[in-house]
Design a protein. Sequence first.
Length: 335
Amino acid sequence: MVCKWRLKSGGGILTVIAIYIALAVSMSELKNRKRSNDRIVTRETRPSRQASYTPVREIVSGGRFRFRCPIASTGILWWLYDSNNRRQLLATGSTAIDRGVEVTRGSGESTLTVHRVELKYDGLYNCTSTGGISFSMRLVVLDPVKIREYSDDLTVRRWDPSIIWCNATGNPEPEIAWYKRIPDGRGIEDLNMKGPSLNLTQTTIQCVGTYVCKATNTIHGTTKMAQESIRISVLYKPIVIVDRLGSSRKYSVRLMCTVLANPNATGVWTIETTSNHRYDRPEPIYFSSGMPNDGERITKSELGFTEHLIHTANCTCSATNRFGTTQAYIYLESD
Ligand SMILES: *[C@@H]1O[C@H](CO)[C@@H](O)[C@H](O)[C@H]1NC(C)=O
Ligand SMILES: *[C@@H]1O[C@H](CO)[C@@H](O)[C@H](O)[C@H]1NC(C)=O
Ligand SMILES: *[C@@H]1O[C@H](CO)[C@@H](O)[C@H](O)[C@H]1NC(C)=O
Ligand SMILES: *[C@@H]1O[C@H](CO)[C@@H](O)[C@H](O)[C@H]1NC(C)=O
Ligand SMILES: *[C@@H]1O[C@H](CO)[C@@H](O)[C@H](O)[C@H]1NC(C)=O
């Protein structure tokens, strides 16, 4: 069984995943379309008396932006309409209101300089003179992806839902994809899930592991990437399996008890035998189980004895942690 990502409404798991992926794809398409529409609408409906078109500049964050305004008057108001179309006063005359900008005056023009461009400076710039003459310029800030915040490592009870998330910023809008580390450094597995959060409707033992969110965006043809790791641990009552193994030279009966538990469990073999020999009341054999690492490491305890000494043997392996005790047994009878 694998760790499954399901929507609560049930139905075929694969279908649900397919529908979810289809939905996610069409949603992001819609978003992209909306974004490009926004940009066009912005340019066409912004009031502009002087300039019939708005020059556009693209600057990678950290770079310098200059907006030359062909007005020499001291009574200039410098505005920024941000990406949400909120108007913000950056400077009046040559007095900067925003700490990140500087205004200089030359002959016949004034210049607004943003020395270190950040995402918040993305938008439409506008200088307006007291006489009502105005000019504008559009700045597109290209910002390589960054992961601002991400969820803490998570420990949940088995079968409970879990949600992990990554919050990325950047322009163009980053895309987030989820991966899971394959234990023992054997690479990562693509979970084919996109979006800021990964929801596990039921956290199974197979869900234990380290998840990686990779956020990417592309700037001037170069893909930028940021990633973070989040660990999911699962707590559960021990799972116990007893198997009979092939015989060895020393023992005709070899049993293997396999325990999975988190937190660590204490295990014990108890053997109930009927026989005429001395070997009729073996002592219990205690062992302790290790915490499964990435859901794969388990504890095994082997029990071996010589069958001809017994008539019947009921061999029980039980393991206990704070969530309870689980046992499994094999009943042996010699002919
Ligand atoms: C600049 O902003 C002013 C005030 O909001 C507005 O009246 C003017 O039309 C704008 N100019 C341009 C070129 O966008
Ligand atoms: C992600 O970041 C955005 C912008 O900083 C914030 O509005 C949002 O609440 C954050 N989401 C989470 C889940 O932290
Ligand atoms: C994941 O869970 C969050 C929080 O409950 C929710 O906002 C989001 O829509 C869920 N995503 C999916 C794919 O179910
Ligand atoms: C659980 O067992 C493992 C392996 O024996 C050990 O490394 C780990 O420290 C143990 N954890 C606790 C909480 O006892
Ligand atoms: C073997 O022992 C277990 C408990 O340790 C018990 O539940 C089971 O009934 C026993 N089986 C037989 C055949 O006696």
